[in-house]
Design a protein around this ligand. Structure first.
Ligand SMILES: Cc1cc2nc3c(=O)[nH]c(=O)nc-3n(C[C@H](O)[C@H](O)[C@H](O)COP(=O)(O)OP(=O)(O)OC[C@H]3O[C@@H](n4cnc5c(N)ncnc54)[C@H](O)[C@@H]3O)c2cc1C
Length: 257
């Protein structure tokens, strides 16, 4: 579409129409901040936090393994646990499986270039083995990144016509579809177009702020610990009901505000 993209240009601050980069300045008529889990330095570390997410992918499985599992199509699956795992069959015949691992780093650390802790790889592989006992699989690759999570897990699209600065962030588990709708909505707001998206409830919505550290770190880690214990408890009892522990964890996380 004739747009020039400057990759590898880290923006350190946005003030009015001036963007300060790591090695220079740029003037922009309109600025959209769409840095998702990395938004802390630009939008404030208590606006949304980076929550870690990790994936593994196996080497391609032989046809007999797919038949043995009964996984013939492109179905996606998850285990509906509180600390859930999700998986899909890739077009080149591998299983890609995602889960959490280390959930959150102190002071909203974003964890570098995507290296994944061995303990996280082991955790997700163990889950995969327990889903499909007897199926031989080898982990080929693992990677991690962060999701932007607001205090009540609801994202928001904002446009300020006075400063001409906008943002679309906080998709949490809603992923690329939410990012697409958010980005499109932001562009429509900035160019004063009224569409079915520009009146959606998340336009202008702001969740309350996260707690300061160390309460933030303690809260997020306590929540994941509670979810882990609740999963173990519910599984051991074969319970179909959500345990009180998990309900308390959800409240702590702000999932039911
Ligand atoms: C391991 C993992 C698995 C996932 N699996 C799925 C899935 O199966 N399905 C799904 O729908 N979603 C999934 N997601 C979520 C999905 O990746 C995100 O919701 C989506 O990428 C958000 O898009 P975005 O463009 O808003 O942000 P991002 O894709 O995070 O892009 C933000 C961009 O901003 C850049 N940036 C950050 N800070 C600055 C700065 N200061 N200056 C300049 N540039 C900056 C970053 O380099 C990056 O390119 C997964 C995420 C992870 C981490």
């Amino acid at each position: 579409m004739g747009v020039t993209i400057y990759a590898g240009s880290r923006v350190d601050s946005v003030e009015g129409k001036t963007l300060t980069l790591a090695d220079g300045r740029v003037t922009a008529a309109k600025t959209f901040i769409c840095t998702e889990g990395y938004s802390g330095p630009l939008l404030g570390s208590r606006t949304l936090i980076p929550v870690n997410s990790s994936m593994i992918v196996t080497k391609p499985l032989p046809q007999e393994a797919w038949q043995q599992i009964g996984w013939e199509g492109p179905q996606c699956l998850n285990d509906s646990a509180h600390t859930f795992i999700y998986a899909q069959r890739t077009s080149d015949g591998r299983i890609a499986m995602g889960g959490r691992g280390v959930p959150y780093r102190f002071r909203s650390g974003t964890g570098g270039a995507g290296a994944t802790a061995q303990s996280t790889i082991d955790l997700i592989s163990h889950k995969l083995g327990s889903f499909f006992p007897g199926i031989p699989f080898e982990v080929d690759h693992a990677w991690s990144g962060v999701l932007g999570v607001t205090r009540d897990w609801n994202g928001g699209v904002h446009w300020d016509p006075a400063s001409c600065i906008g943002s679309s962030t906080g998709y949490a588990g809603h992923g690329v579809t939410a990012a697409y709708v958010g980005g499109r909505t932001l562009a429509e707001l900035a160019f004063e177009r009224e569409t079915e998206r520009t009146t959606l409830p998340w336009v202008g919505y702001r969740a309350r702020k996260w707690e300061p550290e160390p309460f933030r770190w303690l809260g997020v880690h306590a929540m994941y610990r509670l979810f882990g214990v609740a999963d173990h408890w519910e599984e051991r009892r074969g319970s179909s009901k959500t345990s009180l522990l998990a309900r308390f964890g959800s409240r702590l996380a702000g999932l039911h505000e």
